[in-house]
Structure formats: C-alpha cells, structure tokens
Design a protein around this ligand. Structure first.
Ligand code: F6P
Length: 557
C-alpha cells in the first residue's frame, strides 16, 4: 500500500480498509469459506420467509444471498463506522455533499410534498419545485387535449425528446415502462445519439405541423443535444416554409440555463426549469420528465413522485435492520470487497422494463465509477460494479449460460410482477404465469444448482456429468410487486438511487460528480477539425493520427 493510501483521510476519517469493522468482515468471509446456499437453507427452514423486507409495494427477498445474520450485523457495523446515516441526513438537509462541484444533492426535494421545507443556501426550494410541476401539468394538459397547437393550428401528435444521458435515459425508460398508462393517440420518440441516423429515424415520416420537440439539457451546452436540436429546428423550418416564429409552437426546453435556452432561440416562457442541485442522472422526476408527463398525464406523474417519496422516507427513517436501500448497498459492498465480484446484473421480468437496466447503468456507473476518495486519494478497494442486463427471458437464451456455469461471481437482481399490465390484449395475460415461472425457476437454479449426484441419478453418462452439473451458490435478490404502476416505478428508482448512495458513502467517494466524462469531450472537440481538414492534428499520438488518416482517406479527403 502506498504511503498516501495508508494515511487517514484529510477529514480525519480512517480509511475504509483500515477500519476494524472491515477487518472483521474479512475474517468472517474466511470463516464462511465455501458455505453453500444449500447449507444456509438447510440450517434454517424459515430462511425463505425470514430474509425478506417490505418497502411500500416492493417485496424484497434476500434469502438467496451468501450472508448469515452475523454477516449482516457486521455489514451494518461497517455502515455505522463509515457514517452512512450522517451523510444521508446531510443529503436530505440540502448540505453540499457533492464537494467537488460544491453542490447540494437534492433529488429527494423533487418529490417532496408541497408543504415540506428543504433549504439550499437558506432558501426553501419546495415551492419552486411545485411551481414547475404545476407549469408542466398545465402544458401537458394542453398538449394532451389538443389545446396546444402547432404553428399551422394543427394539434400535436408526436413528441420528440432530444437529450442525452440523464436527459434521455430517464424519460425514455419511464415512457417505456408506463406505456400502458400513456395516451396511445400520441407518439413519443427519443433522440440522443449525435449520429445523424438517430434523428433521421425519429423524424422520418413525421408531419412537422403535428410535431413537438422537447430539448432536454441541464446545461444546454451538451454538443450532441445542441447539434440534434439545431438539425431538428432546420428540418422543422424547412418543412414549414422557414417562418422562424414556428419555433415557439414546436420547441420547448428543459434546462437550468435560461441564457443558453434564449440564445438557442427558444422563448424562455416555454422553458421548464430545474436546478443545479439535481444531478443529470437523478433528474427524470424533475422538468426532464415533461415528455413522460405528457404521455401519462399529470396525475399519474404525481403518483410516480409519491412512489419515490415513499422510499425516500423509508430510507430516511427505517431502522438499519429494515432499511432496504441500506441492505442492497451493503450486499454490493460485500460481494465487491470479499468475493471480488466485478459486475452486477439487473434482470427484469417485464418487457416494459427493457430500458430499465440501461437507465441504471448511468445511475450506478456514472455515480460510483470512481477511483479516488472524497479527498482525492486513490482508493484500494473496489468501487462501483459493471451494471448490465436485459429482460430476463431473453437473457436466459443468451448470456445466462455464463451466470449458471461460468467462472465469475455476478450478483443479480430479479424484478417481477404478480400481474401483467392492465391493457394487455385479451388472451395474452395467460402467458404471464409462464413468464413468472421462469422468473422463480432462475433464482432457484442459480442458488441451488444441481449436484453431480443429482445428474448421475438421471442416468447421465459419466463423461457428461461435469458438463451438466450446476454448482449453484450464485447470489440473487428477488424484487416482487403486485403490478407495474407509476408509483411502483418511482419506488424502484428511489430504491436504486439510495442503494448507490449507500455504496458511495461507504467507499468514501463523491457519487454526484462525473469528471470522467470530460476528457473524451475535450479530445473530440480537438479531433473534429482534423477530420474535416480544418486543422492538421500535429499533436496526435501515432495510433490516433494513423486512424484519423485512414478515416480521411476513406472519406476521400
Ligand atoms: O456527459 C455526462 C453528462 O453530463 C451526464 O451526467 C448528463 O446526464 C448528460 O451529460 C447530459 O447533460 P445535459 O443534461 O447537461 O445535456
């Protein structure tokens, strides 16, 4: 360990892996050795019902984890020693816990009730939150009813959200999740990629007279979004005869930056505001959710916010033994540190959650993909995992092979629902039991596997026994809810937000900045003029220079 790493941090906090609680966990891990989930279940017949939690509408089963009561006790000790509860309270109070950007972290204020008081720099931010929600609701109602018309007086039929990262993934995911609650007469599209193909496919066949563009960007400087928004405006004006006044009826903005919105040519009366204390990846329940609100209506949107708030309150007040985000966060720390798990799979058994894991990738990996602590000292423990996954049944016929018989430890979350969505085509609801049978079967197979003796008992030839053996012991969490409603979506997202928070607090990293995205942006800006020939790119390394040269040749430049 380097001298720097051995030091206590500047704020006097003992480094994570120097804590006695950490050492105790390490010893406990050694004692657990190869203990199998089969042993843990055999030792405690009530494990399947005992290791569960209820949070709002979410039933959480953590019995299929490689933990005992002692493990959980030690992990909670670690949370105590690392001040998770203190940091959580500081976040809820609006303190500037995002230290590298000197910002408060208050996505929880976005779903606080109207009468709550949450102060940033001495000012209660809750009235402003509700003023924006009310403005969004009035606008959404107008679009949904047809009262808001385009430049030529026609009602809006297609809404195109242009944004990237947190200004795209959240609304795109949530629209997909809540499609069955959406106005099916309206069409929603999401454009994020600076590849012109994305916008091309989104506007193909659209009638500009009936199209509303929502330009979503916290900073309103993000090159991908501004480029796409500029192209969309050119397309619209081209379609509508070039009258600039059309922009006001076909473009609205979601941003913290009124000046840049005005510079772009969008009337700030058509801007829906949010604030620098809302991180991009924590923002879809702010104005960034406008497209979703138009889709599902203000009442459903508020139900979703209530779902978020329910889990916020749970996280803030539930005792450690019953605190679901704390538990999930601790389990991730356990596997990363003591099982060398590098990845975490999120496997929803709902077609509507097809973009859920992609959304969580940003939430988790942009938050906790860090390798220096809050003081800038390199960490020598694992931080955020690689988060991945797609809807479960599809995965079963693709990558689950690795989960069952590969060499890696990949803890996984399985998310499923008792009922299919409400407006399913009659007859298709019967398929739900088959879907859910797979859901339950997979965590069973992952946990308990199939022993060589069980394989032999089926009369399998001896040389095939190793191939047909499943070692099991793969840890999973099962999250089961009655139905996928707006409130349940809010609950799920808040659960993951706070899980990520817990892990960042324990790892002592700033989960709310994202400096790691900057370098690539800066370099791309420098390389673009070299591609076009405007600059010579003398400072490029030999590999990049050769690749750029090849590109230019292929483009005939
Ligand atoms: O580049 C990363 C990032 O800053 C994300 O954190 C953010 O969600 C995304 O870009 C989009 O930023 P903006 O909303 O400012 O356009």
């Amino acid at each position: 360990m380097s001298e720097m790493n051995a030091m206590d941090s500047k704020n006097g906090r003992t480094r994570l892996n120097q804590l006695p609680e950490w050492t105790a966990l390490g010893k406990h891990r050694e004692q657990l050795g190869d203990t199998h989930l089969r042993d843990l279940f055999a030792a405690d017949p009530a494990r399947g019902t005992g290791c569960t939690l209820q949070v709002g509408d979410l039933h959480l089963d953590y019995s299929k984890h490689l933990v005992t009561d002692e493990t959980l006790g030690l992990l909670r000790e670690l949370a105590r020693a690392t001040g998770v509860a203190e940091l959580r309270d500081a976040m809820f109070r609006g303190e500037k816990i995002n230290t590298t950007e000197d910002r408060a972290v208050l996505h929880t204020a976005l779903r606080a009730p109207r009468d709550a008081v949450i102060e940033v720099d001495g000012e209660n931010v809750v009235p402003a939150v509700h003023a924006v929600l009310d403005k969004m609701a009035a606008f959404s109602d107008k679009v949904r009813s047809g009262e808001w018309t385009g430049h030529t007086g026609r009602r809006i039929r297609t809404v195109v959200n242009i944004g990237i990262g947190g200004s795209d993934l959240g609304p795109a995911m949530a629209y997909e999740v809540l499609r069955s609650f959406s106005d099916r007469e309206l069409d929603f599209r999401f454009v994020s990629n600076v590849d012109g193909a994305d916008l091309h496919e989104a506007i193909r066949g659209l009638d500009a007279e009936e199209t509303l563009f929502i330009v979503a960007s916290k900073t309103f400087t993000t090159i991908e979004t501004i480029t796409n928004a500029t192209s969309a405006r050119d397309w619209l004006l081209g379609q509508l005869g070039g009258d600039e006044s059309a922009v006001a009826r076909h473009f609205v903005a979601l941003s913290t930056n009124a000046e840049k919105v005005a510079d772009f040519g969008i009337d700030t009366a058509n801007m829906f505001e949010f604030w620098d204390w809302v991180g991009g990846r924590y923002s879809y329940d702010s104005a960034i959710g406008l497209s979703l609100m138009i889709a599902i209506g203000p009442d459903r949107f508020r139900e979703m916010l209530d779902g978020f708030h329910q889990v916020d309150e749970h996280f803030r007040t539930a005792p450690a033994e019953e605190n679901a985000p704390l538990l999930l966060g601790l389990l991730g720390v356990w596997y990363g540190a003591f099982f060398d798990a590098q990845a975490h799979a999120v496997l929803p058994y709902s077609h509507y959650l097809s973009k859920f894991t992609a959304y969580l990738q940003q939430l988790d990996m942009e938050s906790n993909g860090k390798s220096v602590d809050r003081d800038g000292v390199p960490v020598d423990w694992q931080t955020g995992p690689v988060v991945w996954g797609t809807p479960g049944t599809n995965g079963q016929h693709a990558y689950y092979q690795l989960l069952h018989q590969g060499t890696k430890v990949v803890p996984a979350d399985f998310i499923g629902f008792a009922r299919p969505v409400r407006d399913l085509t009659p007859g298709l609801a019967a398929q739900h039991d088959l879907l859910m049978a797979n859901f339950f079967a997979q965590t069973q197979a992952l946990a308990f596997g199939k022993t060589p003796d069980e394989v032999r008992a089926e009369g399998v030839a001896e040389e095939l026994v190793p191939h047909k053996t499943f070692r099991g012991n793969h840890p999973t969490t099962t999250i089961l809810a009655d139905e996928l409603t707006p409130s349940v979506l809010g609950q799920l997202i808040a659960l993951y937000e706070h899980k990520v928070f817990v892990q960042g607090a324990i790892w002592n990293i700033d989960s709310f900045d994202q400096w790691g995205v900057e370098l690539g942006k800066v370099l791309a800006k420098k390389i673009e003029p070299v591609l076009t020939g405007a600059e010579r790119g003398e400072a490029l390394d030999s590999s990049t220079a050769a690749l750029v040269g090849k590109y230019r040749t292929l483009r005939g430049r």
